[in-house]
Design a protein around this ligand. Structure first.
Ligand code: GDP
Length: 658
């Protein structure tokens, strides 16, 4: 049976959770429609999600349409939980991006669409809430074309928008205007259609157009737009039909080599780890032994497969499906089981740009807090727990203030630890400003380790992350320590990744390429530890030579305010270093857009209601990192690692541990 692993994505409040509920109802999985407003939905089951009416964790439910199992993955829309969305994207066959008919394209809608486009995930757009006053199909289409993509085609028309009983009427073969819009759009990317279109061949068969539409949608080249209402049910049938007609389902190759990705981890009732795996190829059975990241083999003790609404116990999970696996011990989110998929790649969204210290109310709770945060960080790797050895502080990375409240409530409710967060501080990054190289040779002072390591670091394009490679001429690879070159490369990449968490000013170093230029060992004396311990020293020398520039995170903001508050708001924006690039007057409202330092967003958000009689609407999303101005002092962060920047201190730490 074919499977479609479908993601539903949206800016918060556009109606994802309600739409999920509606789809499950339409498919007959549930008999009654739950409501987010009274907390009775299938997804959003965490108590916190119900209290706050937002999705925090992704949830998987499934239903069947035309013999295809649709695994529907509901994801959080609030920007503080973008990490959860990031994990899900890597396992999707297709997506529905929900846009509100009234609020139209919002900050997070753009962020999500950019990621979907970058990953070429086939996507249908669903314009929800056409029953609400102010719903305007033409304006939404305009907004989508301007801010998301011009390659759209409205799949029907809306009758009675803004009423209790709006309808969506799908366009069909008899709608000449629709067929010609399809032909025009699709011919752009299909030479044979283009030839027919230019010949003035008005009679391109409708079936051929629909076929081309499905093909181009599957390649994420065009985006069909549907309209409806998750509350009244309008347009839902057309959307459901399109899921199977226009999005590509897979059955994968169950007999092929094992390939799967872990995209979610949760703890069972007894505290046991459960890994959610999307299988792209092959199969996993109970009692199979799988290799996890730590290099250990783990035995699968139980499998549940998500199907028909719930996860049911099975002996095997096969390609295309999503399975919940027990027994994998230290498995982590993002782990690949078997071979990695060629297209799987790193990060699609910006990492968190804030950090805050967590302090337990009772000092005696410190070690419980540490354990609890370690568990949370394992479910959400971007929380990135950092411990400051000297000051005994515990820090977590954050996307925003809402996430803080959620972590605080989770620690209290699930772990019984009451905590306070200190004020968030910005996490800057460092980029190398030039090229630097260093080498330490085995047996030659001052190298105390039984290995030779030479490294070069150089700047790479902004946003490209860290790339590690072995220089082609590298002759000797310590194969006797590692089973294969690949394993050596992976081990070195991991060590370098860790060492780059703290650069010359204490910030994470990124957007660079690190090349291993020399490697040497003596058989059989050198060990993996020699390479692991020497590498940070060499890397820091190379970085010192290259120099680094500290960059701060900027958000793009969009602010709507009543016209008469313009002066007051502009004064505040200036104080927050947020000069708008564009301003437009629309009726009695000003629309301001620009960039603002990430750590000023919260303050602005707080002041806005007072300044604008509660009418101001602020949206913001991470945009880019910008080198800090030469006028300001370079911010630094105290190191919490063994300090490879100071050779004596580093060797002292490393030896003491031995
Ligand atoms: P999510 O945050 O994207 O998951 O959105 P929810 O499904 O939680 O919905 C947010 C709010 O919008 C809730 O109060 C819903 O009742 C409401 N809502 C969702 N869909 C519709 C719709 O089609 N019409 C109307 N009028 N309200 C809707």
């Amino acid at each position: 049976m074919h499977t479609l692993n479908l993601g539903i994505l949206a800016h918060v409040d556009a109606g994802k959770t309600s739409l999920t509920e509606r789809l499950l109802y339409a498919a007959g999985v549930i008999d009654a429609i739950g409501s987010v407003d009274d907390g009775s939905t299938q997804t959003d089951t965490l108590a916190l999600e119900r209290q706050r009416g937002i999705t925090i964790k992704s949830a998987v439910v499934s239903f069947e349409v035309n013999d295809i199992t649709v695994n529907l993955i509901d994801t959080p829309g609030h920007p503080d939980f973008i990490a959860e969305v990031e994990r899900v994207l890597s396992v999707l066959d297709g997506a529905v991006l929900v846009v509100s008919a009234v609020e139209r394209v919002q900050a997070q809608t753009r962020v999500l669409m950019r990621a979907l486009q970058r990953l070429r995930i086939p996507t249908l757009l669903f314009v929800n809430k056409i029953d609400r006053p102010g719903a305007d199909a033409a304006r939404v289409l305009d907004d989508i074309a301007q801010k998301l993509t011009p390659a759209i085609v409205p799949m029907g028309t809306v009758c009675g928008p803004g009423t209790h009983d709006p309808r969506f009427e799908p366009s069909g073969a008899t709608d000449v205007a629709f067929a010609s819009r399809l032909a025009e759009l699709l011919a752009d990317r299909d030479e044979r259609l283009l030839a027919a279109y230019l010949d003035g061949d008005a009679l391109i068969p409708y079936g051929r157009l629909r076929h081309a539409l499905a093909e181009q949608t599957s390649r994420a080249e065009v985006y069909p737009v549907f309209f409806g209402s998750a509350i009244t049910g309008a347009g839902i049938d057309a959307l459901v039909a399109a899921l199977t007609e226009l999005l590509p389902s897979t059955d994968g190759d169950a007999d092929g080599p094992l390939s799967g990705t872990v995209f979610k981890i949760e703890r069972g009732p007894a505290g046991e780890k459960i890994a959610y795996v999307r299988l792209f190829s092959g199969r996993i059975q109970t009692r199979d032994r799988l290799l996890v990241r730590s290099g250990q083999e783990r035995k699968v003790t139980a499998i549940h497969v998500v199907e028909r609404g719930a996860a049911a116990r099975r002996r095997v999970v096969t390609a295309g499906q999503i399975g919940k696996l027990w027994g994998l011990g230290d498995v982590q989110i993002g782990d690949v089981l078997g071979t990695a998929r060629a297209t799987s790649d790193g990060r699609h969204f910006a990492p968190p740009s804030l950090e805050a210290a967590v302090v337990p109310h009772r000092a005696s709770d410190r070690s419980r807090l540490y354990r609890a945060l370690t568990q949370l960080a394992e479910q959400d790797p971007l929380i990135n727990l950092r411990q400051d050895a000297t000051r005994q502080g515990l820090y977590v990375s954050l996307y925003g203030e809402v996430q803080k409240e959620v972590i605080q409530a989770t620690l209290a409710n699930e772990f019984g630890v009451e905590v306070e967060f200190q004020a968030s501080t910005t996490m800057y990054i460092e980029r190398p400003s030039g090229v630097g190289a260093a080498v330490e040779i085995l047996g030659r002072a001052p190298n105390p380790f039984c290995a030779t390591v030479g490294l070069r670091i150089e700047p790479a394009a902004p946003g490209s992350g860290v790339t590690f490679r072995l220089e082609a001429e590298l002759g000797t690879i310590p194969i006797f320590v590692y089973k294969a070159v690949d394993e050596f490369r992976q081990a070195m990449a991991a060590t370098i990744h860790t060492a780059l968490q703290q650069g010359l000013y204490g910030w994470r170093v990124t957007d660079c390429t690190v090349t291993m230029t020399d490697a040497g060992y003596i058989s059989p004396i050198s060990t993996a530890a020699d390479f692991r311990k020497l590498t940070p020293l060499v890397l820091m020398s190379a970085l010192e030579q290259a120099g680094s520039v500290v960059c701060e995170p900027l958000h793009h903001f969009r602010l709507e305010i009543p016209a008469d508050t313009f002066g007051a708001v502009m004064a505040i924006l200036a104080r927050q270093q947020a000069a708008p690039h564009t301003q437009a007057l629309r009726a009695a409202a000003y629309l301001l857009e620009g960039e603002i330092p990430a750590d000023r967003v919260h303050d602005l958000q707080r002041q806005l209601p007072g300044l604008t009689r509660g009418e101001g609407v602020l949206e913001s999303a991470f945009e880019r990192y910008e080198p800090i101005g030469s006028a300001s002092a370079v911010p630094t962060r105290p190191r919490t690692d063994d300090n490879p920047q100071n050779r004596d201190e580093y060797l002292l730490h490393v030896r003491r541990r031995v």
